[in-house]
Design a protein around this ligand. Structure first.
Ligand SMILES: [Zn+2]
Ligand SMILES: [Zn+2]
Length: 346
């Protein structure tokens, strides 16, 4: 594929330059990724994509603005994580053993004060794109304090899509936009939490490491999101799933649908370009879900996951044209209830 060929970079930019692949005794693959995104590498990827898909220019212009702001937010989050989650390693291992993602249902405390300017900034960025006036209205609603941003971020980190949608309906803003803005604001926070909880474990936590390495569900062990795509690093034959919200990487069960776990004849592989069979779709005729799979030289860095997702949108288009979908967020029964608070009258 020409896009990926151009993405090859002699200096290793564009993907995590310090990526380390660790093969455990269970042959499970985990990643240690660069915490930083190289905006120059993103620019190279955008230019390569534009050369092939000039129609994507408006989307790329918007993504450039969002990613630049997101990198500024990442710097703030790196200095001091504005979220508190108190979980002991034994509790995490127990939760994963019950097939429940770590962040789901937890009382996450968020100090939104340093993030508020970025939330409003993302609304401003989005108002320059197709979202236009709806994004502007959302920004005004948030600026008036009609939605508690700390509560919104806690709900987003816990992937409480329904709570966020209900809040959006309640205050009269677009639900999808509120979800997107909360994702943009929480992404760097989720990434830091994911690294703390799954990746940067102290040596003595071998038991927890084993539980993490054996996670093979279709949804993310940290946040419960479905992956943005699967990536395959030659000569590995298995695909590794990537969560674009928190950046985690994990290996699912071989030849099982990541959504409904069916295997056998209901799962098929479809090449979009016959000359590039490693760049393909996994289609499930049981649940109608699809997963796009792409070859990469190295694990994609966290900040570049949305860039890669956009640059491979031809695969999404092909899947949708064939009648397949990305299922809605997986719901988990935890007994927790952390809805956004009622609106504050200003
Ligand atoms: Zn995740
Ligand atoms: Zn399925």
């Amino acid at each position: 594929m020409i896009i990926l060929a151009r993405f090859d970079d002699p200096q290793g930019r564009g993907q995590a330059s310090d990526a380390v692949i660790v093969l455990s005794s269970f042959s499970k693959m985990t990643y240690r990724l660069s915490p930083h995104c190289d905006l120059d590498a993103a620019e190279q990827r955008w230019q390569a994509t534009l050369a092939l898909r000039p129609d994507l220019e408006p989307a790329i212009v918007l993504q450039r603005r969002l990613l630049t702001r997101s990198q500024e937010l990442t710097t703030i989050v790196d200095q001091e994580l504005p979220a508190t989650l108190n979980l002991e390693p034994e509790q995490i291992a127990d939760k994963l053993g019950r097939h429940t993602p770590i962040l789901v249902g937890e009382p996450i405390v968020v100090d939104a004060q340093p993030v508020v300017p970025f939330v409003l900034g993302f609304c401003e960025d989005l108002s320059s794109g197709e979202a236009g006036g709806a994004a502007g209205r959302l920004g005004e609603t948030l600026a008036r304090g009609e939605i508690d941003i700390g509560s919104l971020m806690a709900a987003s980190l816990g992937r409480q899509q329904e709570a966020i949608r209900s809040k959006a309906h309640h205050v009269g803003v677009a639900p999808d936009l509120l979800w997107l803005v909360s994702e943009l604001a929480c992404g760097p926070v989720a990434y830091r939490l994911q690294r703390q909880l799954l990746t940067d474990l102290p040596k003595q936590e071998d038991k927890l490491r084993l539980v993490i390495d054996t996670w093979n569900h279709g949804f993310c062990a940290a946040c419960g999101s479905w992956p943005a795509f699967g990536e395959r690093i030659k000569p590995t034959t298995r695909r590794t799933l990537r969560c674009s919200f928190c950046g985690s990487a994990w290996t699912p069960r071989f030849w099982h649908c990541i959504y409904c776990d069916k295997t056998g004849a209901s799962l098929i592989t479809a090449d979009v370009e016959p000359e590039q069979p490693s760049r393909h779709l996994e289609l499930c005729r049981q649940c109608g879900g699809y997963l796009k799979c792409i070859p990469v030289r190295r694990p994609t860095a966290f900040g570049l996951l949305p860039v890669e997702d956009l640059s491979t949108c031809d695969l999404d288009v092909s899947a949708v044209e064939q009648g397949y979908i990305r299922p809605a967020m997986h719901t988990f029964v935890t007994g927790a209830n952390l809805p956004c608070p009622p609106p504050v009258v200003t």
